[in-house]
Design a protein around this ligand. Structure first.
Ligand code: PSU
Ligand code: MN
Length: 319
């Protein structure tokens, strides 16, 4: 195994689903999925339908999905369908990022994992690829609010490949990319030169490298980790054209949602869920349709990457 895992006692918290155990035994690669998008990113019942559809895309590609969530004091890696439904339908599930993990696990409450927490749990479970919708980042106005998602710090320290549709333009994407550069996190793009902006295909910024093919992506990522550069890697791919929204239109909804959030004194971990829900309302559901389309597409890209990475255990000079 090339991945170095943290202190072995942490593994006692990991609970693998029967399907994930079977995939492991059969040598089938596993793709991690986050659960905050289920509990805080989409409304019921679209959240459950989307979570199931995303899992089906990964299975159809020949990999095994593992939605990660916290239940009964354990880190569940892979949810059975009844568990997924419970997570999606229960109000008040804790949005769990790095610093919330001990509180939720020690109390035995139900928690959904953010990008940061999912990376931690995936790495503990030896999973190399994780699919999400969009990563957190530096919020607009961060110079005043200091609001920088813990996702970025996690990308700086945890070696998991994160497949996403870029970062939402509720964020300051330029500053988000600067932060990732400072921390040595490679930002790859699949399918275009531009860095994607979630509902919008082009953020107006470029990714570091464009790698369209899963083998090339795997070779890059395996080289990064073989070198001992134990950071995450961002692999961004744009929302499919048919469901993409126009930047100017999205920016209008976001500006309105941001003003409301400010006016209502919404802060901390509540900001991102508030903005997502408000943009969905203001767009008459079009942002939700884009969100569903993009995460399904990310799942396909992520499953192909996981298969390519599994086939490439090491990269050494000259081979
Ligand atoms: N992007 C989405 N939907 C989401 C999130 C991001 O399209 O639900 C979630 C992810 O779990 C991400 C989190 O890790 O929001 C970031 O929250 P914050 O900005 O509070 O760090
Ligand atoms: Mn924040």
């Amino acid at each position: 195994m090339l991945i170095k895992t943290p202190a072995s006692d942490a593994h006692a918290f990991i609970h693998l689903s029967p399907a994930v155990q079977a995939a492991r035994a059969a040598g089938r690669p596993v793709v991690a999925l986050e659960s905050t998008i289920v509990t805080h990113g989409m409304p019921w019942p679209d959240n459950l339908a989307t979570a199931r559809a995303v899992e089906a895309v990964i299975r159809a590609e020949g990999a095994e999905p593992a939605t990660i969530a916290l239940m009964d004091g354990r880190i569940h890696v892979g949810l059975q369908d009844a568990e997924l439904e419970r997570l999606a339908s229960t109000p008040g599930v804790h949005k769990t990022s790095r610093r919330d993990l001990p509180a939720v696990l020690a109390s035995g409450q139900m928690g959904s994992t953010t990008v940061a927490a999912t990376m931690i749990c995936a790495h503990l479970a030896g999973i190399e690829v994780f699919v999400t919708g969009g990563i957190g980042g530096v919020h607009r106005g961060a110079a005043q609010s200091f609001d920088i998602s813990a996702d970025l710090q996690e990308l700086a320290r945890t070696p998991v490949a994160v497949v996403c549709a870029g970062a939402k333009s509720i964020l300051d994407i330029g500053l988000t990319l600067e932060y990732l550069e400072t921390h040595g996190v490679p930002v790859l793009s699949c399918g275009q030169d531009a860095f994607a902006a979630f509902y919008v295909r082009d953020s107006g910024h470029r990714a570091d490298h464009r790698l369209d093919d899963a083998q090339a992506q795997a070779r890059f990522i395996r080289t990064q980790w073989t070198l001992g550069l134990a950071t995450g890697v961002v692999l961004a791919t744009p929302v499919p054209e048919a469901d993409a929204l126009a930047r100017e239109e999205v920016d209008g909804w976001i500006d309105a949602a941001l003003r409301e959030a400010h006016g209502q004194g919404i802060a901390g971990k509540a900001v991102t869920p508030f903005l997502l829900a408000r943009v969905a309302q203001l767009s008459g559901g079009r942002s939700l349709a884009a969100n569903i389309a993009l995460i399904k597409h990310n799942a396909q890209v992520g499953a192909r990457l996981a298969l390519a990475l599994a086939a490439l255990r090491e990269v050494l000079p000259g081979n």
